[in-house]
Design a protein around this ligand. Structure first.
Ligand code: PEP
Ligand code: MG
Length: 729
């Protein structure tokens, strides 16, 4: 800690407004740094400009060193504007007598601090000190800003529709599925919509015929949606509207409504009362599966109301809109995809890996931001979201809308581009660029793009999107589509990787205290050998004459690997007993748990290939939840232990002549690709959306340079030095 707690406490003490608070921060900085000028700029979200909030400079004999003179700075303007834009420390060009340090929480920029000196240039140590200092200040500053300044929170009354936006507001979140979208908001809050239904005062008496017509219309719409899911997402067509449709058909539900209408109650009110009774009964059930149905019921009734009353309620359909939601189930995303929404803005703050992966597969731009208040905003706010940068804008002005329309047009044109047949580095080394797929549409896109094969098929997605375990036949049908579509391209099937945040709601023991450390992945499969064997049989039957690769996720011991292989052998025998002689697949292990490193030589002797799932490898190496937005800074792919671990795996697999692929997110990240190629990795597998960009980045890398970067990075033991070597600072 650079700042003592007593100092931090003093910052708040008696500070009446944000200026006096910031002046105290400046005093503290003077105490810790040898400077003669300091200015604090904060980023104003509504105008997206830096505003000078406090400054102080000391007159010295050599004269003063003025701090940045402008009160307002756009991004990219002046040293502070540059620092905010790059997210990195910026120096004045020649003598380094000025240094601008960005302040951010995670990737959310908050402002910048400008420091000046009259003589000694700012150096690495100063930068390091300021980095620590600003990281301590970021959280306090963010809180202080909310607390002291009139932000958009001001005037927020409890209740819905009370968060108003009269001007353009640009905010920063995290991009979780690429692409841009523009549309009116659609707030997906079943509780809210349902509560609002209860508030409606019906202006007239409706007839039973009108209610019946609304119910029929709702049923038609649901069947249409169901059909479009089946057509577009055949592998996940798990009758997602089943419970809606079953409730509509429920005899006692209908007769209860009729009874009340016959007793003189207005039909919509009768519908609400009966629904309330059902909700109560569902919510009290011991069965979690039944409890989950409350949401379906609320959703259904909202749809009926919208058909009965029209515009008075939230729109029944989210078509073309930006959906704002706090949390989503995979089935929600499917429903929304079937309604052809434009994008999703999730406002709970946490990145849920499987939701973002699903959104990527369905090509729905997704931004995640820690802004739950947005759930209280009015319906139909115009919003732009940018899933590439994580920015979003509420009430965009016409010039911004035009800008985004241009981007969307360009994207449309770029859609027809395809990959070069092969991927080469600048110096001519061939790299095997494969793709990760989750659902059939990913594979269709990969084939269209001309990808070299599938390096990771996450087979759990069809399991996640259903209401019960898919049978062997259902799985066979899905895998057969994968085999047929992929033709001669190699395909790596990863066996079921459920658990963690990929919860099967229909599995009886699914509640765990620490799901990421629980019955996840291969552990689940080994504890449920019948499910595991039926999956393997389905894959091998679907593969037919083709030799596929089979990969076990999250292997941590030799015993797990050997038991999984034994179960594979038993599955082969099952098939042979039925008269089907499968082609024996290549067998691989995913390296995601660091314990495997200590026994890697032995693992290599018993597998045909290895694949590193860097997403989990980082999570388990560093003990950081990969989904926790608040721990983003700890989840660091360039931590020396991670990088040295990767190098060790690359060397060991090479020594054993075993193929190694990287299939986690690091495989497409510009900043890490030179390192990965530099340590000898030649197979990369990335989401289809990143294929083009990754091929382009690789074509700009020369192996000599990449090896030099890797050597240098590996010679360092601190994150700071590695960041310098990788060019981050
Ligand atoms: C990984 O962990 O890096 C990986 C590819 O698997 P998933 O993201 O599906 O956990
Ligand atoms: Mg993983």
């Amino acid at each position: 800690m650079l700042f003592e707690f007593s100092e931090l406490d003093w910052l708040f003490h008696d500070s009446e407004d944000i200026e006096s608070f910031l002046n105290r921060i400046i005093e503290l900085i003077y105490k810790h740094m040898n400077i003669n000028g300091c200015a604090v700029y904060l980023l104003d979200e509504s105008s997206d400009q830096l505003v000078l909030m406090a400054s102080e400079h000391i007159v010295q004999q050599s004269g003063t060193t003025p701090v940045e003179s402008s009160r307002y700075l756009k991004r990219g303007e002046g040293l502070c504007g540059k620092a905010i834009e790059s997210g990195e420390i910026e120096y004045s060009s020649r003598h380094r007598l000025k240094m601008a340090v960005p302040i951010s929480r995670g990737r959310i920029p908050l402002g910048a601090i400008l420091l000046t000196r009259s003589r000694r240039p700012f150096n690495r140590i100063d930068a390091g000190t300021m980095r620590v200092l600003t990281s301590q200040l970021a959280n306090i500053l963010e809180n202080a800003r909310t607390f002291y300044t009139p932000t958009i929170n001001t005037g927020l009354e409890p209740g819905y529709g009370s968060l108003e936006f009269n001007t353009q507001v640009i905010m920063q979140g995290t991009g979780a599925s690429p692409g841009q979208a523009f549309g009116e908001s659609y707030i997906l809050d079943r509780k809210r919509s349902f509560t609002e239904l209860r508030r409606i005062r019906f202006e007239r008496l409706y007839t039973y015929i009108e209610l019946s017509a609304a119910i029929d219309r709702t049923e038609e719409q649901l069947l249409e949606l169901q059909k479009s899911v089946e057509e577009n997402l055949s592998d996940s067509a798990s009758l997602i509207f089943t419970s809606h449709l079953l409730i509509l058909k429920d005899k006692s539900f209908n007769s209860e409504i009729k009874k009340r209408i016959n007793a003189g109650i207005n039909p919509p009110a009768a519908l609400l009362t009966v629904t309330d009774n059902y909700i109560k009964a569902f919510a009290e059930s011991d069965n979690p599966f039944v409890r989950e149905k409350v949401e379906d019921l609320e959703d259904l009734v909202q749809r009926i109301f919208s058909n009965l009353l029209g515009e008075e309620t939230a729109p029944a359909n989210a078509e073309g809109r930006i959906v704002i939601a706090k949390s989503l189930y995979p089935s929600d995303i499917l429903m929304l995809a079937s309604e052809r929404i434009a994008g999703i803005l999730m406002v709970s703050g946490g990145v849920t890996a499987h939701i973002s992966i699903l959104a990527q597969s369905l090509k729905i731009p997704l931004v995640i931001a820690d802004f739950p208040e947005l759930m209280k905003s009015e319906y139909s706010l115009p919003i732009i979201i940018d899933g590439d940068t994580g920015r979003f804008c509420i009430n965009p002005d016409s010039s911004l809308i035009d800008e985004y329309r241009d981007i969307l047009d360009r994207r449309q044109t770029a859609k027809n581009a395809v990959l070069d047949d092969n991927t080469f580095t600048r110096c001519g080394e061939k790299i095997n660029l494969l793709t990760n797929i989750n659902l059939i549409p990913d594979l269709e896109e990969a084939v269209k793009l001309n990808a070299a094969g599938v390096g990771l098929y996450r087979t759990e997605y069809p399991f996640l999107l259903r209401n019960s375990f898919p049978t062997e036949e259902e799985q066979f049908a899905i895998y057969k589509q994968v085999i047929d579509l992929s033709g001669d391209l190699p395909v790596t099937f990863r066996t079921l990787d459920v658990g963690g945040d990929k919860i099967l709601s229909y599995y009886r023991d699914y509640k765990e205290e620490n799901p990421f450390l629980g019955l996840r992945s291969i552990r689940f499969s080994l504890q449920n050998p019948a499910i595991f064997r039926s999956q393997i049989r389905a894959i091998l039957r679907a593969a037919g004459e083709k030799r596929v690769k089979l990969m076990f996720p999250m292997i941590s011991t030799m015993e797990e690997l050997r038991t999984a292989k034994e179960l594979l052998q038993q599955s082969i025998e099952d098939l042979e007993n039925d008269g089907f002689y499968p082609v024996i697949p290549e067998v691989g292990a995913m390296i995601e748990i660091p314990s495997l490193l200590a026994i890697l030589d032995h693992v290599c002797e018993e597998v045909d290939f290895l694949s590193i799932g860097t997403n989990d490898f980082i999570q388990y190496m560093l003990a950081v939840d990969r989904n926790n937005e608040k721990l983003k800074d700890y989840y660091n792919p360039h931590n020396p232990s991670v990088l040295r671990g990767l190098k060790f795996i690359s060397d060991t697999s090479r020594a054993h002549g075993i193929d190694l692929t990287i299939c986690g997110e690091m495989a497409h990240q510009r900043e890490y690709l030179p390192f990965l190629l530099g340590i000898g990795v030649r197979n990369l597998s990335v989401s289809t959306g990143y294929l083009m960009e990754t091929q382009q980045i690789i074509s700009g890398i020369s192996l000599d340079e990449a090896e030099a970067i890797a050597d240098e990075v590996l010679s360092h033991s601190s994150i700071y030095e590695i960041e310098r070597a990788l060019g981050f600072i």
